[in-house]
Ligand binder design. Structure first.
Ligand code: PRX
Length: 641
C-alpha cells in the first residue's frame, strides 16, 4: 500500500496544514479518496457547533472492515495483521494473517447474526486482551452492530449502568482474563451486572482462563461452539454491511465532571479516515512495520491505534495480554526484542513505573528495531521523556507526545515522528485540519503576547475534524452542554494549555473535575458517589494530587458517621465499596477522615482548598473568608496524610 497523504517534511506539514485550513473539504476529500467506499459522498462536510450537528462524507457508504481487512488481502493477505503475546511468556503466542483475521471476523459476524444481532444493535464487549476481542469488535463493525467495549477493570455496577444506558442486547465476554499474576473472573462479573437487567438477550462466552463459570440456559452460549457451527456450515466470508458514513460505529463510555459516564459516539466514515491519517503521519508508519501499542482495547487508544488505525494501514499490530511488570520489569523489552517491534506507543505512567526498576531489565535486550516511540494519556514529565529517549530509543528514535481524547477519536496535537520538531513535555503542533484556540475564563481568545514566550488558557477547537464525537448516546443535549456550551461555537476540551511563540502546545492538565490516574480518566464526582454508597459515610470530597508514578493520585476527604471504629478497617471497607461500584482503578490512594468539609455559606464545597492541602500546601490557601466554618480547614491541615 502506498500512502500519498503521508507528510514527509516539515515544509510539507506546513503546506498540508495551510491547505487543510484554507480548504478543509478539498483537503479531507482528497485524503478520503484513498479508501474503499461502496458509494462516494455527496458533500464532504456540513456542520454547526450550536446544536451540534457534524456530518462528514454525507451520503457516502462504506464498511470500515473492508478498509481494515478486505482491501489488503490481494497484496498481502499472508502478512501478519495481529500478533498476540500472552500474559505468561511461556505460553504459545498467536499470529493472525490478514486472510485469517478476515475469515474469523466474517465467521464471528455470522455468529452474531445467528444469535439475533442486527444492524444498529448495541453489543457490549467485556473481554481480556485476547485476539477474540479484536475479532468480536471488528465483527460488530462488519455487520453494522454498534460495539461498546468496556475495559476489564470495571465493576459489575459500572457495566450494569453502561448496559442500561446503551440499551445493549448482546454481550461478548470471556470466562476470565489473565493480567499479570491476577486472574479476573469476567463472566462472574457479567452475571452480577445482569441481575435485574431486562435488555440482554444473549451472552457469548469465549474460553480463556477455564475459571469455573455458570452458563444460563437460553441466554449464555460458548464462543467456540458457535464458531464451530459456522465453520461446519463452510462459511468463511460474509459481505460487509453497507454503512452510511454518519452511522455510529461504536460507543465508548468515558468520565466527565458529573457522576455518570457518557457514551461517546463515533461515526463510521470520519473516524476511519482520521485514525488512518493520524496513524500514518504521526508514527510515520512504513509498510510491513510492527506496531506495539500497549493500551487496552477497552480505551480509545486501543480502538484507534491497536485496531482501526494500524489495520486500515495494513500494519502488523501487536496485542499484549499482560502488564509491563509481569513476570518482571523487562517484559516490554523482551517483546520488542522478540518481535522486532518498530513503533512503541505507551503511557507516561508505564515509563515512570519502569524507570523505577533501573536499567537492569533493559540489559541484554536488543531494541535496535525501534524506529519511533510514542506517549499518550497524560503529560509526560521531562525526566521520563529523557529516560525513554536515552535508554529505550538510544537517542535514535523520535518521541511523539500525542495529545487527544476519547471524544476526539484520534490524535489532534503531536509532533510527526522525525518530521516536525519534538520538544520534551510539549505535544507541539496541531495535526492538519485541527484548529486549536486558547481562551480565557470569559471565552475571549488568548492571542500571542509581544515580549512573552508563552501564553496560557483553556484549550478549545474552532472547526470540526473528521473523528470528532457526534453525540453522547441517547442524550444529545448532554453532548451539547458538556462540550459545546461552555464557549459559544467552540469545542471545549476540558484541558488547560500553554502555547509558545512557535505555536507549540503544552498540555497542563484538566481544568474540570476530571482526574487522570495512570492515564485513566476518572471523574471526582463518580468517586464521591461511590464512597458515599458506604453506609457509614456522611459525605465526601475527592481531589487529585501529584503522584510520582500515576501522574495523579486520588485523595478522598471523608466525613464518617461513626468514628469509634477502627480507621484502618473503615478505610478498607471504603476501598471495597469503590471497587464494587466503579472498579479497582478508582480506589483512592489516600483517605482522610474529617469532621466536616470546607463549605461556603451556600453549601458549596471549596475544592480549591482541599486540592491545595492534598498537594501539600499549607500556607497559601487563598481566600477562606467566605467559608461557613474556617476552623475546619485547620483541622484538615493537621490531619493530612
Ligand atoms: O487531559 C488530557 C489527557 O487525557 C485526557 C483524555 O483522556 P481520555 O479520553 O481517557 O483519552 C486518553 C487517550 C487519548 C485529555 O483531556 N491527555 C491525553 N493525552 C495527553 C494528555 N495530557 C497531556 N499530554 C498528552 N499527550
Amino acid at each position: 500500500m502506498s500512502y500519498p497523504y503521508q507528510i514527509t517534511s516539515y515544509e510539507a506539514y506546513k503546506e498540508a496544514y495551510k491547505q487543510s485550513i484554507e480548504n478543509p473539504e478539498q483537503f479531507w476529500g482528497g485524503v478520503a479518496e484513498n479508501f474503499t467506499w461502496k458509494k462516494k459522498w455527496d458533500k464532504v462536510l456540513e456542520w454547526n457547533f450550536t446544536e451540534p450537528k457534524i456530518e462528514w462524507f454525507k451520503g457516502a457508504k462504506l464498511n470500515i472492515t473492508e478498509n481494515c481487512l478486505d482491501r489488503h488481502i490481494e497484496a498481502h493477505g499472508n502478512a501478519p495483521a495481529i500478533i498476540w503475546e500472552p500474559n505468561a511468556p511461556d505460553e504459545k503466542n498467536r499470529l493472525l494473517t490478514y486472510k485469517k483475521l478476515l475469515e474469523k471476523v466474517c465467521q464471528f459476524g455470522q455468529v452474531l447474526k445467528n444469535n439475533g444481532v442486527k444492524k444498529g444493535d448495541r453489543v457490549c464487549i467485556y473481554m481480556g486482551m485476547v485476539p477474540e476481542l479484536a475479532v468480536a469488535t471488528l465483527a460488530c463493525a462488519r455487520i453494522g452492530a454498534i460495539h461498546s467495549v468496556i475495559f476489564g477493570g470495571f465493576s459489575a455496577q459500572s457495566i450494569a449502568d453502561r448496559l442500561y444506558d446503551a440499551q445493549a442486547e448482546f454481550i461478548v465476554t470471556c470466562d476470565g482474563a489473565f493480567r499479570g499474576a491476577k486472574d479476573i473472573p469476567l463472566k462472574n462479573v457479567i452475571d452480577d451486572a445482569l441481575i435485574g437487567n431486562h435488555t440482554i438477550k444473549k451472552v457469548i462466552v469465549c474460553t480463556r482462563t477455564r475459571t469455573p463459570i455458570s452458563m444460563l440456559k437460553g441466554r449464555d452460549v460458548w464462543y467456540e461452539d458457535e464458531m464451530k457451527h459456522v465453520e461446519e456450515q463452510g462459511i468463511t466470508f460474509i459481505e460487509a454491511e453497507p454503512m452510511d458514513a454518519e452511522d455510529p460505529l461504536f460507543i465508548l463510555y468515558t468520565s466527565g465532571s458529573t457522576g455518570k459516564p457518557k457514551g461517546v459516539v463515533h461515526a463510521c466514515g470520519g473516524y476511519m479516515v482520521y485514525t488512518n491519517y493520524t496513524f500514518i503521519n504521526v508514527f510515520q508508519y512504513q509498510p510491513s512495520q510492527v506496531h506495539f501499542c500497549t493500551a487496552d482495547i477497552g480505551w480509545i487508544t486501543g480502538h484507534s491505534y491497536i485496531l482501526y488505525g494500524p489495520l486500515s494501514a495494513g500494519a502488523t499490530s501487536l496485542i499484549f495480554e499482560g502488564v509491563p511488570t509481569y513476570p518482571n520489569a523487562g517484559r516490554f523489552w523482551d517483546i520488542v526484542d522478540k518481535y522486532k517491534v518498530n513503533i512503541l506507543y505507551t503511557a507516561p505512567t508505564a515509563i515512570r513505573s519502569l524507570m523505577g526498576f533501573g536499567l537492569g531489565p533493559l540489559q541484554g535486550k536488543d531494541l535496535s528495531s525501534l524506529k519511533v516511540l510514542g506517549t499518550v494519556g497524560e503529560p509526560i514529565n521531562e525526566e521520563a521523556w529523557h529516560w525513554y529517549d536515552e535508554y529505550v530509543g538510544k537517542k535514535q528514535c523520535p518521541i511523539v507526545d500525542t495529545w487527544w481524547q476519547t471524544e476526539t477519536g484520534g490524535i489532534l496535537i503531536s509532533n510527526l515522528a522525525g518530521i516536525t520538531p519534538a520538544k520534551p513535555s510539549w505535544a507541539t503542533l496541531p495535526l492538519p485540519g485541527v484548529q486549536m484556540v486558547l481562551v480565557d475564563e470569559k471565552g475571549n481568545e488568548v492571542l500571542d503576547e509581544e515580549g512573552s514566550d508563552t501564553v496560557g488558557g483553556n484549550l478549545c477547537i474552532k472547526f470540526p475534524w473528521p473523528s470528532i464525537l457526534r453525540t453522547t448516546y441517547g442524550d444529545h443535549e448532554r453532548c451539547r452542554t458538556n462540550y459545546f456550551a461552555t464557549y459559544p461555537n467552540l469545542y471545549f476540551t476540558g484541558d488547560g494549555a500553554l502555547r509558545s511563540k512557535e505555536g507549540f502546545y503544552r498540555i497542563t492538565g484538566r481544568v474540570d473535575d476530571v482526574l487522570n490516574v495512570s492515564g485513566h480518566r476518572i471523574g471526582t464526582a463518580e468517586v464521591e458517589n461511590a464512597i458515599n454508597m458506604h453506609s457509614g459515610v456522611v459525605e465526601s470530597a475527592v481531589v487529585g494530587y501529584p503522584h510520582d508514578i500515576k501522574g495523579q493520585g486520588i485523595y478522598a476527604y471523608v466525613v464518617f458517621g461513626n468514628t469509634h471504629g477502627d480507621e484502618t478497617l473503615t478505610r478498607k471497607d471504603i476501598l471495597q465499596t469503590v471497587t464494587r461500584i466503579i472498579g479497582p482503578i478508582a480506589k483512592p490512594d489516600k483517605i482522610q477522615f474529617v469532621s466536616g468539609l470546607p463549605k461556603t455559606r451556600s453549601g458549596k464545597i471549596m475544592r480549591r482548598i482541599l486540592r491545595k492541602i492534598a498537594e501539600g500546601e499549607t500556607e497559601n490557601l487563598g481566600d477562606t473568608s467566605t467559608l461557613l466554618d474556617p476552623g475546619v480547614v485547620d483541622e484538615i491541615k493537621r490531619g493530612k496524610i
